[in-house]
Design a protein around this ligand. Structure first.
Ligand SMILES: Cc1cc2nc3c(=O)[nH]c(=O)nc-3n(C[C@H](O)[C@H](O)[C@H](O)COP(=O)(O)O)c2cc1C
Length: 138
C-alpha cells in the first residue's frame, strides 16, 4: 500500500533568484526522493507550488516533516493525503510552469477547485501535473 501527499503552498521565493532557488530544491530532492523511493511531481506557477508525492507511508511522513518546515514557502494546504492504491508517477519530476501566466492561471484555478472539491477535481489536478511533468527526470 502506498501513501500520497498532494498539496498547494504559497511561494516565499524572491522573484530575483527564483530559478536558482528552484534549482536548489530540485538538486536536493532528486537524490533524496530516489533514496526514499518516492515519486511524484512539483509544479511552480510563479505564485504557488503544487506537489504530488507518493511512496511508503514512512517515506512520505519523513519528507512531509522537512517540507512543512521549509521557509521557502508558506500556507501549505493539503489537497489529498493518506493511503492510495497505486503509483501515478514513474519518477519524481519537476513541472516548471513559472514563466507562463496562462499555465499559472489554469493551475491556480484547478488547485482552488481541488482544495474545495471532490475526488474528481483532485484527480483532474493530479492529471494536469502528470501532463506537465518532464518524464524521466528523477
Ligand atoms: C515546494 C518545495 C518542495 C520540496 N520538495 C522536496 C522533495 O520532493 N524532496 C525533498 O527531498 N525535498 C524537497 N524540498 C526541500 C525540503 O523542504 C528540504 O529542504 C530538504 O529535503 C532537506 O531536508 P532537511 O532540511 O530536513 O535536511 C522541497 C521544498 C520546497 C519549498
Amino acid at each position: 500500500m502506498f501513501a500520497r501527499w498532494f498539496y498547494i503552498s504559497t511561494s516565499r521565493l524572491d522573484e530575483i533568484d527564483t530559478e536558482e532557488c528552484i534549482r536548489e530544491i530540485v538538486n536536493v530532492s532528486i537524490p533524496r526522493n530516489r533514496s526514499l523511493e518516492v515519486t511524484g511531481a512539483l509544479l511552480f506557477t510563479g505564485r504557488n507550488f503544487v506537489q504530488y508525492l507518493e511512496g511508503t507511508p514512512t517515506a512520505i511522513e519523513e519528507l512531509k516533516a522537512s517540507i512543512l518546515q521549509d521557509p521557502r514557502h508558506e500556507n501549505v494546504r493539503t489537497i489529498a493525503s493518506g493511503e492510495y492504491s497505486h503509483r501515478r508517477f514513474v519518477t519524481w519530476s519537476l513541472a516548471y510552469a513559472g514563466p507562463s501566466q496562462f499555465v499559472a492561471n489554469i493551475v491556480d484555478r484547478a488547485s482552488e477547485d481541488a482544495l474545495q472539491g471532490s475526488g474528481e477535481q483532485i484527480e483532474a489536478l493530479a492529471q494536469l501535473l502528470a501532463e506537465f511533468s518532464i518524464r524521466g527526470r528523477s
